[in-house]
Design a protein around this ligand. Sequence first.
Ligand SMILES: *Cc1c(COP(=O)(O)O)cnc(C)c1O
Length: 433
Amino acid sequence: MGFKKLLFTGVSMTLKKSKRMFEKAKKLLPGGVSSPVRAIKPYPFYTESAAGSRIRDVDGNEYIDYCLGYGPNILGHAHPQVKKAITDQLDKGWLYGTPTELEFTLAEKIAGLYPSIDMLRFISTGTEATMSALRAARGFTGKDKFIKVEGGFHGAHDAVLVKAGSGATTLGEPDSLGIPADFTKHTLQTPFNDIEAMTGLIESNSDDLAAVIMEPVMGNIGPVLPEDGYLKEVREVTQENDVLLIFDEVITGFRLAMGGAQEYYGVTPDMTTLGKIVGGGMPIGIFGGRRDIIEMVAPSGAVYQAGTFSGNPASVAAGIAVLDILEKEKVPEKLNARGDIMRSRLSELVVDRGLDHTVSGVSSMFKIFFGDKPRDYQDVLKCDKTGYIEFFHRMLSNGVFVPPSQFETNFLSFAHTDEDLETTLQAYDVCLR
Ligand SMILES: *Cc1c(COP(=O)(O)O)cnc(C)c1O
C-alpha cells in the first residue's frame, strides 16, 4: 500500500459497506459492537482480514495497524508460526476438560521469567485474572479492602469499575451503572505517581487492607509512566504494612521485557496478572504469585475459582509459540529500541510545529497527548479529546489506524517494517495540526 496523500475530508467516503453493516449491527448489538472501545463514531470500519502490520476493512481499505487488537498482537496479525501452533492443536481437538502437558510447559516458562510467580492459574481473560487475583488476596489475608490507582483499568468486573480507564473513560463513564454501592465500598482509590497519597491511604486502612492492585505503567489512560522510584516506594510501603502488591501486567507483561515491567523496573510484587500477549491473540488470562498465596486457590485451597475454558489448549499452544519467538528473536529489546526512535521522531514533529502536545510512552507503547505531559489520571482528562478524535479520523483517511481514543495506547509490533514507520510518520506529519 502506498502512502495516500489524502487530506481530511471527514470519514472516508469509501466506508460504504462498513456503514451498512453498522446500521444492521446496532439493532442487534449495543452500539453495534462487542466491546465499547470499538464503537468509533460515526461508525466503525468492519474488518475483513488482517496480516502482519496491516488490517483491511470490508470496503477494501488497508491500514497500518497500531491498535493490534488493543495489545495482544505483538508479532503482528496472523503470524505464521503462531497460526501453525494453533492449527496443529486444532487437529488434536480444542477443548478437553482435562489437564494437558501444554499447561505446565507454559507455566514453567512463565515461572522462570517472573520471580514473583511460583504458581499460577490459567483463565480466559484479563478481567478474570484481576477478579480472581483480588479474591485470592482477600482469601489469603482475610481482609476486604483493596487500593486501585485512579484511571487504572483491570477489566470489567464490579469491584474495579471505579474511575476505570480504557473505554470507560473514553465514554465518560469511569463508573458503571448496575453495580451496587456495597460492591465497591471496599475499593479505595489513589492517584498515580503520588507516593504520599498512597502511603497515607495504606496506613489509614492497613487493618482491613488486603492488596494494592496497579498497572506498573498506566496503559489504559495513556501510556502514563511511573516516575523514578515510585514503584519501588510502593513496594516498600506495601511490605511495611503487610499489604499484598499485585501488578496488573496484562499489557506490560512480555512487552517491556520478557519478565514484564517488574523486570524492567526491578520491582517484585507478590502477585501478577497477565493476559493479552501471552495468548498470541487467543483468549487467555493468568494470575500467579507467591506459593503460599496461590496454593489457597481451589482445589488445593478454599479460594474458589473455576472455568470451562480455562487453560484451553489452543490459547496455551499459541502462548507457548509466542513466548518462543519473543525470546529467540529478542523481540522486547528490539521493539524497545524502535519505540525510542518512534517517540523521538514524533517529539521532533511536535516541537518543530510548536504544538502543545506531548509524546509519551515506553517500550513498544507510544502516544501523542493533546496537552501537557500527564503524570496521573486527572492530568490525562485535561487533554483535548475532541481534537484527538479529529486527528484520529485524519490518520485513518491516510491509511493509519491508531486507537480511536486519547486514552488508548498505540502499540508497535514486530511486523511493522521501517517503511511502515516512515509512512506512519509522514501521516503524522500531514495530520498533526
Ligand atoms: C485489557 C486489560 C485487562 C482486561 O483484560 P480482558 O482480557 O480484556 O478481560 C485487565 N488489565 C489490564 C491492564 C488491561 O489492559
